[in-house]
Design a protein around this ligand. Sequence first.
Ligand code: ZN
Length: 432
Amino acid sequence: MSTLCRQSDIYSRVCQYLAGFAVLLLCSAVHAGEVAVDPADNGIDLRQDSTLDLDSRSSETSAAAENLLEPTATREYMGPLADAVTDAEGLAEPLKILGSEVAPGTSQRLSWSATELFEGVPVSTPVLIANGSAPGPTVCLTAAVHGDELNGIEMIRRVFHDIEPRKLSGALIGVPIVNVQGFRRGSRYLPDRRDLNRYFPGNPNGSAAARIAHALINDVITHCDALIDLHTGSFERANLPQLRADLRNPDVVTLTHGFGAMVVLHSKPTVGTLRYAATRAGIPAVTVEAGGPSQLELVEVKHGVKGIESLLTRLGMTRRMRLWGDPEPVYYRSSWVRADNGGILLSDVSLGSTVRKGDLLGSITDPMSNARTELRSPYSGRIIGLARNQVVMPGFAAFHVGIETDEVSASEEEVDVVRKSVDGGYVDGMSE
Ligand SMILES: [Zn+2]
């Protein structure tokens, strides 16, 4: 709440008169009227990422968003997440989901079919359930909403492998491969080249993407008290393991506190993302970004698993796992450093590097003329995302610098950043 109240004058005034539930409702209403504006988290940059696989054109995205239904699940706000989940006593209820009933203290592997392939054959994907012996919250983990993002799949496997339902309070639901069609093709997208993560909460009568999104929300996500959506960078870019979270939402703030030593980047959810739809349905959600696509990166996987297991302990769901480390800094702002010339990009920094304003980040060399240009950091901060060494075009977003600011200055500067970045800050695929 304190985070919320310091965000702006408007919130401060509101907070003087309202508390708890009322404030959350108000904030939800404010969210509802907004178009997501976080420049580095919004996903569209036609100039640099016009790959053959590109679907997320601005017009289509906004048109799609307009056609989406509101979430059918209208959940009552149950109070701060932490209060609802700790010190639960008594026996857990069976978990009824996907036409099955999972008894307390047991785990089951179910399957979920959202749609049919073109041949008319249903496509199913596994859903892992661990229903604890004791009552508690239901936490959901989703991965591979983008089919080429593999780290989250392995994170979910490891988290479930470590869970003992008899010792669990609450339930864990995992969907390791949401976009099974994309996964099979090694593609970020669905077979019709749509980005599934721009179509939530979906529409049962819409495009294939909208139907899959609608089914996932209704069949699985409505059972969750909190959602962790697992992603990686995209298009040959990698992210330092980090949380993307809307820190204006107190329940989301509670979630981020549980992750221990993981960087937090404040970001309003992009319209159409799973994080957006879940939060609007009253289910606090965060995105974990870790590593890059098309690879299994064990360092990043272990980092994510530690964060998730730390959260489960913090929520009172598991007791044997240790809390992990001191919290990492929260970045309220971030900025992309772009290539002004085309050529061979070579980095001089690595993920997690601390940089000062003016520091050399990398260079771009024209392979024909051998002319070399340097990319320097316009801010002091930390490298939270970067492009792998590759050939780039002018305008290519190469380095993502997290900028530490206090919350007040963030809210003031945010307006300025948004004004300046009508399209300059949008980076396709760097949104979850
Ligand atoms: Zn993703």
